[in-house]
Design a protein around this ligand. Structure first.
Ligand SMILES: Cc1ncc(COP(=O)(O)O)c(C=O)c1O
Length: 511
């Protein structure tokens, strides 16, 4: 299979010359034999199980004809994935190491046997009733889920997606405080429903609709890498930026500057003392795994509360142990939010989400009827409970810390080696690798160049996500069951592909 990968590479990304021949004349390039050995140790060596479905061409045709034209897919030649197992995905030809987990959603591994068994048992028993009747799983699951939450965050409302969870949290914050204005960060992603699209602050994800920004303000993002301020110890990560600063141990002047900007927002753009709330992803996901400067979130939460608002942590990507040190991303910011929203990893791919808050705050929902047909349905609850069990039984939070830190350290070495890697960041298995055109100015790598590297990685059998406003960040957020051998192979592939890219650039500039 590797040979097939290499042939594809030589034919597509590298202009048709024999890769193997070229490699022998390039001493700094990792030899494909060693990559081959490494790949053999990972699970990506699996042959794809026989695929008997529609042909690739037929699927492409149906897609063109019947799906709305905005439904895009990754890669110049999209993948037709027909099976998943653990950290592996299979198309009709071969297997891939999945380092993106269906967009940070497959938390415990594709088709995990325990989760499958729980779902199978439930679908033989009861599919659906809605909450007009009681069913036992809803209550067992609610108890089990809130046991993971601190303080008085002990009431849960189940929904079906992250956007729904954030929609509801926005409404709760407005009802509870009686205020209208909500703050989110520039570069945030909180959903694509009409309500949450206002919170999401990327021009790329916003339709020109009236009212989108009604009662929404976007604060300056305290991003220590691309932001105005940032230094060499701003981040809660094993890897810091290469920016310099004169901060003493434990000090972060960048946080002071960004916090000052937030205060200005309150002074100039909000009715005094009247804010409904502030949303923050604990680590920005779609925005390219951006971590805020240390201490900012805690101070922001205090400021919001002092102005009558609630602080809402969006744990759609960063929850369920992914960040390694903690079960929830907000714990690293040393806060207990007023509302927590979750989705994605909660169901390992089953469509579900949740809003957790205190009884006192939740009571505002009693002012009217509120109903969600599928939220907390028996199938979702069975899956959700099994996911919680697997995370604990297989110590996946610990594994995220171990494998994630190992990967981050490896990526830091690659950043120091390759001019095209500008920044490496993240915690646990929530990692971002920002590709740049110029390391000094931090100018982002343009799309066609990014795609060169990213497609090459795919052709070598490793799938990474893509993120950031400029879509120049490799997002590494695999199922939390990946191991160090998988990490080694992913690192070797990034190393190899960056190396090939830089060589291609040098050859181009000599012409
Ligand atoms: C942090 C965050 N919040 C909310 C959402 C919206 O979730 P969904 O796509 O399930 O509506 C996403 C989706 O990517 C997300 O990353």
């Amino acid at each position: 299979m590797l040979l097939m990968n290499l042939q594809r590479l030589s034919a597509s990304s590298l202009g048709g010359r024999s890769l193997c021949r070229r490699l022998t004349t390039q001493p700094n390039t990792q030899h494909p034999e060693s990559l081959k050995r490494q790949q053999r140790q990972t699970q990506t060596q699996h042959e794809s199980p026989p695929y008997k479905g529609q042909s690739f061409e037929e699927v492409v045709e149906l897609r063109k004809q019947y799906l709305t034209p905005n439904v895009t897919s990754y890669y110049k030649k999209p993948l037709l994935i027909h099976k998943g197992s653990g950290s592996q995905l299979f198309d009709q030809d071969k297997s891939y190491l999945d380092m993106f987990g269906g967009i940070v959603t497959v938390s415990v591994g594709h088709c995990h046997p325990k989760v499958n068994a729980a779902l199978e048992e439930q679908l033989r028993t009861l599919w659906h009733t809605t909450n007009i009747y009681m069913h036992p799983k809803l209550h067992q699951y609610a108890e089990k889920l809130v046991a993971k939450m601190p303080g008085d965050l002990k009431n849960v409302y189940f929904v079906n997606s992250g956007s729904e969870a954030n929609d509801l949290a926005m409404m709760i914050a407005r009802l509870y405080t009686g205020n209208h204005d909500i703050i989110s960060f520039r570069n945030a992603y909180h959903g694509a429903s009409p309500y949450t699209m206002g919170l999401t602050a990327h021009s790329t994800w916003r339709y020109p609709l009236p009212g989108l920004n009604s009662g929404i303000l976007h604060a300056m993002n305290p991003d220590p890498y691309t932001g105005i301020w940032g230094g060499k110890q701003c981040r809660d990560s094993p890897v810091q930026t290469t920016r310099s600063c004169d901060c003493q141990e434990g000090q972060c002047k960048a946080t002071d500057m960004y916090y000052d900007q937030l205060e200005q927002l309150f002074k100039y753009s909000l009715p005094r003392g009247k804010v409904a709330g502030m949303f923050a992803e604990s680590i920005q996901g779609v925005g390219g795994t951006v971590q805020y400067t240390k201490g900012y979130i805690k101070r922001a939460a205090e400021l919001v509360r002092a102005n009558g608002g609630l602080f809402i942590s969006d744990e759609v990507q960063s929850g369920f142990g992914r960040t390694g040190e903690h079960y929830w991303g907000f714990e690293a910011h040393d806060i207990v939010p007023d509302i927590v929203t979750m989705a994605k990893g909660i169901g390992n791919g089953f469509p579900m989400g949740a809003v957790v808050t205190s009884r006192k705050v939740a009571e505002v929902l009693c002012q009217a009827l509120h109903f969600n047909t599928f939220g907390g349905n028996p199938l979702a609850c069975a899956v959700g409970m099994a996911v919680l069990d697997v995370i604990d039984e297989e110590e996946l939070q610990k594994n995220s810390l171990d494998v994630g830190t190992y990967m981050l350290k490896g990526l830091e070495r690659l950043r120091d080696k390759h001019d095209v890697i500008g920044d490496v960041r993240g915690k646990g298995l929530m990692i971002g690798v920002e590709l740049v055109a110029d390391k000094e100015t931090r100018q982002h790598l343009s799309a066609p160049h990014f795609v060169d590297i990213w497609e090459m990685c795919k052709d070598m059998g490793v799938l990474f996500g893509r993120g950031g406003l400029n879509a120049n960040v490799l997002r590494i957020k695999p199922p939390m069951c990946v191991n160090r051998t998988d990490a080694d192979y992913a690192l070797a592939v990034i190393d190899y592909c960056c190396d090939q890219y830089m060589k291609k650039q040098k050859r181009g500039s000599r012409r």
